[in-house]
Design a binder for this molecule. Structure first.
Ligand code: ADP
Ligand code: MG
Length: 281
């Protein structure tokens, strides 16, 4: 009997992302309210972890701490075994490539003065270089996200929201990240376009094998995309496990999100003590 799962290289698969006991706030000092409070999650290679919860529950803050733009007040984030908070400069440079983010707003995330070709060239070679040197790779990236090669010479304003989001995805995968953070990537899109973009992300993940932290307030979208799920409320994890838990949530807040708990006066969503009394049974 084996106790571990060897990969083809003979090493045991380690998680690509381990978040352990993570707390964070936007203020300074001990009185600053915790926006993340003791959050932990683990993501394996090529897997997708959904992070769900209402607006204000701390999902985007979690993304910021994972990508390193906001420091933690307690706990750790490890990407491929490297502690993001303690990374040395060479490690930090490597992390900037291996962790990529697709932002929510396809209208705000692309520089309006840059052609799509330039945007992708800057992703591939942030320190500069001729676009022609990277032309083949840029065309390949456009093909990966099902955009025509002619896009290289065009500007963001010439594209629809869905097409811009494809460009943002191409930019994120350009440097072959091991971890992709997708924060409400389809929230600004029409339903039919959402469907296309989700299908694209799914296909790319199968082809390229990155792990994904998929943040959404939409449980239907989470169910479509994720292997596992973390349900957050007021910065805390209230329930976590395989996506199938949505069929029979143990936690009343998750049941509320799924829609099986009536909350006629909305008390449950705004009053922590109402929630706590339900938890206490
Ligand atoms: P979500 O993405 O789940 O909607 P956020 O992580 O954006 O939640 O926000 C969590 C909490 O942190 C909210 O109460 C929000 O008001 C607060 N917050 C978010 N960004 C900032 C900021 N830059 N400065 C201060 N408070 C913030
Ligand atoms: Mg958010």
């Amino acid at each position: 009997m084996t106790t571990s799962t060897p990969t083809s290289t003979g090493t045991v698969d380690q998680p690509i992302l381990s978040v352990t006991g993570l707390s964070a706030s936007y203020g300074f000092g001990r009185r600053a309210p915790l926006v993340l409070d003791d959050v932990s999650l683990t993501l394996g290679k090529g897997r997708t972890m959904g992070v769900v919860g209402e607006s204000g529950s701390g999902k985007s803050t979690l993304a910021k701490v994972i990508i390193g733009t906001l420091g933690a007040s307690a706990g750790t984030v490890e990407v491929g075994g490297v502690d993001v908070g303690r990374a040395k400069s060479a490690q930090r440079q490597a992390l900037r490539r291996s962790v990529q983010m697709i932002p929510q707003d396809p209208y705000a995330s692309l520089d309006p003065r840059m052609t799509i070709g330039r945007t992708l060239r800057e992703a591939l070679a942030p320190k500069g270089g001729r676009e022609s040197t990277y032309r083949d790779r840029i065309v390949e990236l456009l093909e990966l996200v099902s955009l025509d090669a002619s896009a290289v010479n065009r500007y963001p304003h010439e594209f629809s929201g869905g097409m811009r989001q494809r460009v943002a995805i191409a930019r994120a995968i350009a440097v072959q990240p091991t971890l992709l953070i997708a924060d409400e990537v389809t929230s600004a899109l029409d339903a039919s376009i959402q469907f296309e973009v989700l299908g694209l992300l799914d296909r790319l993940q199968k082809e390229l094998g990155f792990g994904c932290v998929f943040i959404t307030h939409n449980l239907g979208v989470a169910a479509r995309m994720c292997d596992d799920i973390t349900v957050m409320r007021y910065g805390k994890v209230v329930e976590q496990g395989p996506i199938s838990l949505l069929a029979a949530p143990a936690d009343p807040y998750t049941r509320l999100l799924v829609g099986s708990v009536p909350d006629p006066d909305g008390r449950f969503l705004t009053d922590p003590s109402a929630y706590d009394s339900v938890i206490a049974g």
